[in-house]
Design a protein around this ligand. Structure first.
Ligand SMILES: O=P(O)(O)OC[C@H](O)CO
Length: 309
């Protein structure tokens, strides 16, 4: 743990001397310094693997088959912490190492500019965007952010055209927060237009694409600040805790929107179907991890396991 922290400070200081700038599509830096392994090693000691679970591990193997056939895969997910990419990669590193190392994360600018976060981001494949939620934080930057987002969308379209890519995106546009009244955490609602933009990019890529709802429960290991902050440099608090990752069967747009009366309604219905699945999975993970029920919390649709055992 201590040597991980020393590595982090080294990397932060190096970046201070010679700041790294992310391109719209950033590929994980693996040498001469392996930023991916650094990120994995830093987050691993925070995960209580005895009290951590993966839902429907076999669905990740289905995805791998699709990816090998040249298809694209999109994971529509909730977003809990800056450690989400590491939690996903650690949960799958034994069973699905290719997925662990090859997911491309749609990342907001905060994780590309925050000095403490940058070394972790450098170790992931990223499509860099400015989140809608932070678009108007500084009015003088709005135009620059719009132009950068257009460039990133072009990069994403190019990637998808090539096929065999797996992309993670949080259509809420930010991290989940606890309910101010109850203190209970829950996945933040999806923005239907973000879901629809991603779906259309996937459909127009010219190769088959598949959309899966993915759920994450890991806020305890590195919770975000209670409120959404405008300034960079939030306080980080870390702790050791169980985490959860779950995926459900692919949701096909045509299947869930067959009864929709117009495109607007269809957009909402599809987004809701994905979000509801994320919430269902989240509740199963919550029961397993926070109520100490473990794999007994599985149900006919969500089967929990510990693939690292
Ligand atoms: O707007 P926040 O505070 O939810 O932060 C979202 C950033 O992408 C951090 O991952």
């Amino acid at each position: 743990m201590l040597s991980n922290m020393m590595d982090l400070f080294d990397r932060v200081l190096l970046d201070e001397e010679n700041p790294f700038t992310f391109q719209p599509y950033h590929k994980a830096i693996r040498e001469p310094f392996d930023y991916y392994t650094f990120g994995q090693n830093y987050i691993r000691p925070l995960v209580d693997f005895r009290n951590s679970y993966v839902g429907n591990i076999s669905v990740f193997s289905d995805m791998e088959k699709q990816l090998r056939q040249g298809h694209n895969v999109v994971l529509m997910s909730n977003h809990q912490t800056e450690a989400d990419p590491a939690v996903i990669a650690l949960s799958l590193e034994r069973s699905n190492p290719w997925i662990s190392e090859n997911i491309v994360y749609v990342a907001g600018d905060r994780v590309l500019t925050d000095p403490l976060c940058k070394p972790f981001s450098m170790g992931r494949n990223l499509l860099c965007v400015y989140s809608k939620k932070h678009m108007n934080d500084f009015p003088e930057l709005i135009e620059m952010k719009r132009r950068a987002n257009t460039r990133s969308l072009k990069e994403m379209a190019l990637l998808l055209r090539g096929g065999s890519h797996i992309i993670w995106i949080a259509p809420s546009g930010g991290r989940d927060r606890p309910d101010p009244l109850t203190g209970e955490w829950h996945p933040a609602p999806f923005d239907a237009s973000a879901v629809d933009n991603m779906r259309r990019l996937l459909e127009h890529s010219g190769v088959p694409g598949h959309i899966y709802p993915l759920s994450l429960l890991c806020y305890e290991i590195m919770p975000p600040p209670q409120q959404i902050e405008k300034e960079i440099g939030e306080q980080r608090v870390i702790s050791f805790h169980g985490v959860g990752l779950s995926v459900a069967e692919e949701i096909k747009y045509g299947d869930v929107t067959a009864q929709s009366r117009n495109a607007d309604e269809a957009r909402g219905t599809f987004s809701e179907a994905l979000y509801n699945s994320v919430v269902d999975q989240y509740n199963v993970l919550k029961s397993a991890i926070f109520r100490d029920r473990g794999a007994v919390s599985s149900n006919p649709a969500i089967s929990l396991s510990q693939p690292w055992r």
